[in-house]
Design a protein around this ligand. Structure first.
Ligand SMILES: *[C@@H]1O[C@H](CO)[C@@H](O)[C@H](O)[C@H]1NC(C)=O
Ligand SMILES: *[C@@H]1O[C@H](CO)[C@@H](O)[C@H](O)[C@H]1NC(C)=O
Ligand SMILES: *[C@@H]1O[C@H](CO)[C@@H](O)[C@H](O)[C@H]1NC(C)=O
Ligand SMILES: *[C@@H]1O[C@H](CO)[C@@H](O)[C@H](O)[C@H]1NC(C)=O
Ligand SMILES: *[C@@H]1O[C@H](CO)[C@@H](O)[C@H](O)[C@H]1NC(C)=O
Length: 949
């Protein structure tokens, strides 16, 4: 019976502890966290060494990324219940086989990425069920064979990528070309010996718009049928055999829709490419990369004659005087000359491009802004990044007044003059990061009235001076982060009336107050603590007081941090009443003052990183009940107990990586009812039963995702080191608990039963035992004192027999025989507890005489006196009891008084009635009984039970 109930109990415990509903901590995936509750469920399962599709992908997943794993086959039931997945990534695996119908239930799938696998055949039913699919990427497999019906189910497909496979025949792609909505087809790097439309047995035209046939070593590219009436773009990069491929499109009308053409490293004869370019009447965008020799030979003359051409990409062509060859391309609006080793744009080369709007000359060797640019008044976007420009002249941008974006990053510009940008009234974006600027030279004091974004980071300006940015009345974003800023003077940010976002390095010599920046909402501050500070403590405190509109405040201390002077006084944060996001990285040296966030009721995101929060308490969080995201990584936390009273009822995301947490009490999470995302990576967990509750919670909770929970490892005890936390067998812990439960409850039940039993059947035993114990104590006391007996006999009688006792007994025994008798009605000390009186009486008398009548038996026999006397009989092994019958009581009437019967049977007793007329003899017998003293009693049955009572 015990074993059965044990089993039942274990079962019950398991039922109570195992929650069968869908848990959120997945074995091999992370659910991406998003603030937006309505956003889809996005799963990241990349780089987990997975061999099979995980079986715990939640049903509601919308996007699943299983890329970069070792999955080698897809089984029919792998995606059984994933009917809501819209995007599935399976790239970089070893998939060589996919069961027919594996995707049958993925009715919502629109994009499937299976590049870099080992597929060889696309079978007829492979894609069954994917009627919503619009994109299919099968690049970099070993596909040799496509079943004619392989694409039969993919009626919504628009984009197909089959690059880098082993397709041999153009007819292989016939099933794809028949798709009704096909727009993009990539079949680069295959083994087509030629691309000839006459081989295709298609009687209808396709809807194809973009065709990528690059990197195919074919002999001939021939379009002779009306199958691509909508084709807009062809990529022929790296095509052709070494001798060049043959372009065979004689009918110009077959390519009437072509607007875009890519020739990059294409092996085609000069004559053929000229022919191609001449035959395209609607070409707008031409890419000619790595075509140095043909450009050298004069190809651009042909190019510039294409009247429709607007965009020309000439990247990676290392041709001397490249720009000079463009003189006739006056129709261009967009020109890309990146990576062409240009040292200059020869004068007048782009000048005729009166419509040029977008010019990219990045990654070249220009040492100054080309002269032609000065007068390109149509230019809107100019990219001069990554050149060798060392100086900007006042007339460099004199006539480019329509410029909206100017990029001058990563050059060698060391100074600016106030006149440089003064004509750029339309400029919205100016980026001049990564130069050698040591002064802004007043360049931002006048002009640039419409500038929105300015990046002057990573320069050598040592001091931000008063009014440095005062002309930038429209600026919304300023990045002035630089390790070299040593001073920020008073008024440095004056005039930035519209500034919303500021990223800045703050030096230790800080005279500025941010008084002009009351409208700024987002500040990121960097402190460089490596600088040895000798001067007075900077007054950040006062300075930062003015930032009343701040919503996002990020403060990051770089380098080794000694605390001083970066511990932010609480008053600063308190003054920012609108604060929603606060980040302090390597700033505090210990737990911030509990009042720090007292006046930031809107705080939603709090990040305190790289500090010592080992003494963190709940008080810090009490003023910010709306907190949704909390990041306390790298803060020496050892316990999560502070969360219990922190009242973070809205907290959704909690990051606690790189801490010293060993044991977590899962009841903590009851105080975080909104928690969805918990990251505890890099904590030294203890893998024993103290974490059993937490482990169980991680495995079963269906609301909170413990990010990568299955990767957490044990640090303690030594025997478990390196094992996975969630692999720790908690069953053992539960069984222990249930066993304990079992023992406890069984004991309680048995105890209750026993008590009931005792109370019911052995009540008197208990009472006697109690008395006996008392008398035992009394007797011990007495014997110690060696007191002689005060009386010869204690008379036990019923009140109804009192008359007899006084009339017949006392005169004889006391009067004639001279015994000293003790009668409780006469000799008991008043006021003394009755039980003490009785014990006293019995032990101070040598003998006890029981005057037995029917009434006595009914009322007194079970009395305390008799029990006490019985005990004495037992205790002292003396014959202390004298039985004196007043009435004749037949044996059968004695039977209820079991012990009495026994006594009567075993020893002589005296009967008053039987004495009749011979009263003298009777009293003589009594005298003898009283006189005999110390014979051992042979009857101890007196104590055996209450059966007679
Ligand atoms: C999550 O579990 C709780 C109880 O454990 C249950 O009431 C709730 O319905 C479950 N929710 C989901 C989405 O499974
Ligand atoms: C692929 O098809 C070829 C030709 O039909 C066949 O020989 C081969 O066994 C197939 N391979 C697989 C993996 O189905
Ligand atoms: C700038 O434009 C003005 C008027 O359009 C013209 O007179 C002047 O020559 C131009 N300057 C340069 C350097 O091209
Ligand atoms: C605040 O500015 C930083 C730096 O530009 C940016 O990364 C961040 O997204 C901005 N935050 C908000 C809420 O705009
Ligand atoms: C967990 O915390 C609760 C509430 O504070 C407490 O009653 C319980 O004993 C703790 N459990 C362990 C294993 O410490």
């Amino acid at each position: 019976m015990g074993r059965l109930s044990l089993k039942l109990l274990v079962l019950l415990c398991l039922l109570l502890h195992l929650n069968p509903s869908c848990p959120y901590s997945l074995k091999s995936c992370t659910i991406a966290y998003t603030e937006d509750v309505l956003a889809g469920v996005v799963l990241d399962c990349t780089n987990r060494k997975l061999v099979t599709i995980p079986d715990d992908i939640p049903r509601e997943a919308n996007s699943v990324n299983l890329g970069c794993n070792r999955i080698n086959r897809i089984n029919r039931n792998d995606f059984g219940n994933l009917s809501k997945v819209r995007i599935l990534f399976l790239y970089e695996n070893n998939i060589s086989h996919v069961d027919d119908g594996s995707f049958l239930h993925m009715v919502s799938l629109t994009r499937l990425y299976m590049s870099m696998n080992k597929l060889t055949n696309l079978t007829a039913n492979l894609f069954q069920g994917l009627s919503e699919l619009t994109l299919l990427d099968l690049s970099s497999n070993n596909i040799q064979l496509i079943h004619p019906l392989a694409f039969q189910f993919l009626s919504s497909l628009q984009t197909v990528k089959l690059d880098t496979n082993k397709l041999q025949q153009i007819t292989d792609i016939q099933p794809i070309l028949q798709l009704p909505h096909l727009h993009n087809l990539s079949i680069s790097t295959n083994r087509f010996p030629s691309f000839e439309t006459k081989d295709l047995l298609l009687n209808t035209s396709t809807s194809l718009k973009v065709l990528d046939v690059s990197y195919n070593v074919f002999e001939r590219f021939s379009i002779t049928t009306q199958i691509f009436p909508h084709l807009e773009m062809i990529d022929l990069s790296r095509c052709g055999q070494s001798a060049g491929f043959k372009w065979d499109i004689t009918d110009k009308t077959l390519l009437k829709s072509i607007t875009r053409l890519h020739f990059s490293h294409t092996l085609i004869s000069f004559k053929d490419i000229q022919k191609v370019l001449q035959s395209l009447d609607s070409l707008m965008y031409l890419k000619l990369n790595y075509m140095d020799s043909w450009i050298h030979k004069g190809l651009l003359a042909t190019v510039c004659k294409i009247p429709t051409l607007k965009r020309l990409d000439l990247c990676f062509n290392h041709v001397a005087n490249l720009s000079a060859k463009l003189v006739t391309c006056s129709q261009l609006t967009e020109l890309n000359l990146s990576c062409t080793d240009l040292t200059e744009l020869s004068n007048g080369s782009i000048l005729p491009m009166k419509q040029l709007r977008y010019l990219t000359v990045d990654t070249n060797l220009l040492t100054k802004v080309p002269d032609d640019i000065k007068s390109l008044s149509s230019l809107e976007i100019l990219n001069l990044d990554d050149n060798l420009i060392s100086e900007l002249g006042c007339d460099d941008f004199l006539n480019t007044t329509r410029l909206t974006e100017l990029y001058l990053n990563t050059n060698h510009i060391s100074k600016l003059d106030s006149c440089v940008f003064e004509h750029l009234n339309h400029l919205k974006v100016l980026s001049i990061s990564g130069n050698l600027l040591w002064t802004f030279g007043g360049a931002f004091k006048t002009g640039l009235h419409n500038l929105n974004i300015l990046d002057v980071s990573k320069n050598f300006v040592a001091s931000l001076d008063q009014g440095d940015f005062q002309g930038l009345g429209s600026l919304k974003y300023l990045d002035a982060v630089s390790n070299n800023i040593g001073r920020v003077k008073k008024g440095a940010f004056d005039g930035l009336k519209e500034l919303k976002t500021l990223c800045v390095s703050l030096p230790l010599e800080f005279e500025n107050n941010f008084r002009g920046l009351q409208q700024v909402e987002n500040i990121t501050m960097y402190f460089n603590s490596d600088v040895r500070f000798k001067g007075p403590q900077p007054n950040y405190h006062e300075a930062l007081f003015c930032l009343k509109s701040l919503k996002t405040f990020t403060i990051i201390c770089r380098g080794y941090h000694h605390g001083f002077p970066f511990d932010i006084p609480k008053e600063i944060v308190q003054s920012m009443n609108h604060l929603e996001e606060f980040t302090a990285d390597n700033v505090y040296i210990s737990v911030p003052d509990p009042d720090t966030f007292k006046f930031n009721p809107n705080l939603k995101t709090l990040t305190l990183r790289r500090t010592d929060l080992s003494a963190l308490g709940p008080e810090l969080f009490q003023p910010i009940p709306n907190l949704q995201t909390l990041d306390l990584s790298n803060t020496k936390l050892m316990s999560l107990d502070f969360l219990a009273q922190a009242d973070l009822f809205a907290l959704r995301r909690l990051t606690l990586t790189h801490n010293e947490i060993t044991v977590i009490n899962e009841t903590i999470f009851q105080s975080l009812p909104a928690l969805r995302y918990l990251d505890l990576n890099k904590n030294p967990f203890t893998c024993d039963c103290s974490n059993a509750g937490f482990i169980q919670w991680v495995k079963s909770d269906n609301q909170t995702q413990v990010v990568n929970g299955h990767e957490y490892t044990c640090s303690f005890p030594a025997a478990e080191q390196g094992n996975k936390l969630l692999d720790f067998d908690i069953q053992f812990c539960w069984i222990d608990v249930s066993f304990f439960c079992f023992i406890l409850s069984t004991s309680i039940v048995l105890l209750t039963l026993l008590t009931a039993f005792i109370l019911h059947f052995l009540r008197w035993h208990l009472v006697y035992t109690f008395y006996i114990f008392l008398s035992f104590l009394y007797d011990k006391k007495r014997r110690k004192r060696g007191t002689p007996h005060d009386y010869d006999a204690f008379i036990s009688y019923n009140i109804h027999d009192e008359a007899w006792v006084y009339r017949e007994m006392l005169p004889v025994l006391e009067g004639e025989q001279g015994w000293r008798l003790c009668l409780h009605h006469r000799d008991f000390q008043p006021g003394k507890p009755i039980i003490e009186n009785i014990t006293d009486a019995i032990y101070s008398c040598r003998k006890t005489i029981c005057v037995i009548s029917r009434r006595y038996l009914q009322s007194e026999w079970c009395s305390r006196e008799i029990q006490m006397a019985s005990f004495r009989l037992f205790d002292e092994q003396k014959d202390v009891l004298v039985l004196l019958f007043l009435e004749d009581i037949p044996a059968h009437q004695l039977s209820p008084y079991y012990r009495m019967r026994k006594l009567v049977k075993k020893r002589t007793y005296l009967s008053w009635l039987q004495a009749g007329q011979h009263k003298g003899v009777f009293w003589q017998n009594v005298w003898r009984a009283l006189e005999t003293g110390d014979d051992p009693a042979d009857d101890t049955d007196l104590l055996t039970g209450p059966a007679g009572c």
